[in-house]
Design a protein. Structure first.
Length: 139
């Protein structure tokens, strides 16, 4: 059974002409940038002043994946919906749906781990991110 995921953010991003490759569709690496942009928008909204790298801790991605369903092409806007799993002690699973023109184009995931920047070791998630757990469990 798939764990419950909570929708936390939607980002609308333009496809740029330069995102395409020699085959005439958006290069695979750009899909990861679309997901990254959505993730950064959400993280910045959650962890403001006094947290993040300025405080000596912050997020890193320990793995990322993408399933390419239909090629994206210019012009268009990509709607990236971000979902989260229930948080762990220091990590948070994130999932993404990339749609264009009402059609699912790709799905992805990335595991976010909070670290101490100086040591590179994991540390507990900030309190604000840990409060997502009751929300995810409640559905």
């Amino acid at each position: 059974m798939r764990p419950h995921r909570i929708h936390v953010h939607t980002s609308i991003q333009p496809i740029r002409w330069g995102d395409m490759d020699a085959l005439g569709h958006v290069n695979n690496t750009v899909y990861f940038r679309f997901m990254e942009q959505a993730r950064i928008e959400w993280l910045f909204a959650q962890v403001r002043e006094g947290a993040g790298y300025a405080s000596g801790t912050g997020p890193v991605i320990v793995n990322a994946s993408c399933t390419f369903l239909v090629p994206l092409v210019y012009p268009g806007d990509v709607e990236v919906r971000m979902y989260l799993d229930e948080p762990g002690r220091s990590s948070l699973g994130s999932h993404y749906e990339l749609d264009c023109g009402g059609r699912r184009m790709a799905e992805g995931a990335a595991k976010i781990v909070w670290i101490d920047v100086a040591s590179g070791r994991s540390v507990p998630l900030p309190e604000r991110l840990r409060t997502i757990a009751p929300l995810a469990a409640a559905g």
